[in-house]
Write a protein that binds this ligand. Structure first.
Ligand code: OAD
Length: 254
């Protein structure tokens, strides 16, 4: 059930978006909130309000207790088992059909953008549907194909497999970061959706976009660290605002 009303959409934004040749979007956990997926920093309901990230989402936590960390990610996967893309995910997939070039960059690991039909997604923080060798021998597999051990062992080198997601204290996948930086530096409009804009280097991307001349738009029901540095703030839930923005910018043929 999606609650909330779409805020007023500035005509200047609608016209800028309609004329755009390249559009990019940077999403965070908030775009999946209306699919029932917990965010990280929302008060009371966010994962980091409930769990200590240093005990779960760091290489040292995994080295200290692989099963504990593995089980927590298995629990998060279970949460996702029933999650479906919401109208916000579908609206982003629709934008790709309206503009010559659309690049979707996500911090999310939930795979819901792929499930909504988006393609060419830049996964800055990995994907919880994949596992990889914790020793870095190069093995990558679908979590669903991994053996039921908790955690399973790498078939190549025998080390534990781990979720293919970025942990704190880790670098982002260099190719993904480079693709994201290229996308935001060469877009006419950047939509920043459902992120608290607190985790770097992802949080630096909107500033790079603005420095390169893009119109930067924040879509979020609450203010963030970025709100004062964007051209337009659409204060509302992604599942309501994005479909309204797409309908206003590219109205269906009469
Ligand atoms: P956060 O949980 O930090 O922020 C979620 C944002 O979504 C907040 O600004 C909310 O106001 C907003 N929000 C909530 N409901 C929304 C809705 N229906 N529509 C739109 N926005 C909504 O999540 P992220 O900013 O994505 O890192 O967190 C960034 C990174 O920090 C994550 O990728 C993760 C975490 O530690 C890694 O996994 C490496």
């Amino acid at each position: 059930m999606i609650r909330g009303r779409a805020p007023a959409l500035p005509l200047a934004l609608v016209e800028r978006l309609r004329a755009a040749r390249t559009v990019a979007a940077l999403t965070g956990a908030g775009v999946s909130a209306e699919s029932g997926v917990p965010t990280f920093r929302d008060a009371q309901t966010g994962l980091w309000a409930t769990f200590d990230p240093t005990q779960l989402a760091t290489p040292s936590a995994f080295a200290r207790n692989p099963k504990f960390v593995w089980d927590w990610y298995a629990w998060r996967r279970e949460l996702l088992a029933g999650a479906r893309p919401n109208p916000g995910h579908h609206a982003l997939a629709a934008i790709a059909r309206h503009v010559p070039q659309f690049r979707l960059i996500t911090q999310n690991v939930d795979g819901l953008h792929q499930a909504a039909g988006s393609a060419g997604i830049v996964e800055l923080h990995g994907n919880i549907g994949r596992v990889r060798c914790s020793r870095g021998c190069g093995t990558v597999a679908r979590w669903a194909d991994a053996s039921p051990d908790e955690p399973p062992r790498c078939a190549t080198c025998g080390a534990f497999l781990r979720p293919d997601v970025v942990w704190f204290e880790e670098m982002l996948p260099p190719a993904a970061l480079a693709a994201a930086e290229d996308a935001v530096r060469h877009c006419d409009v950047l939509l920043v959706i459902g992120t608290a804009a607190e985790v770097y280097p992802a949080a630096a991307l909107p500033h790079a976009a603005r420095q390169c001349g893009a119109t930067v738009v924040e879509i979020n029901p609450r203010p963030t660290a970025l709100s004062d540095d964007v051209h337009h703030v659409l204060r509302g839930p992604a599942g309501v605002v994005l479909p309204a923005l797409v309908a206003a910018t590219w109205p269906p043929p009469k």
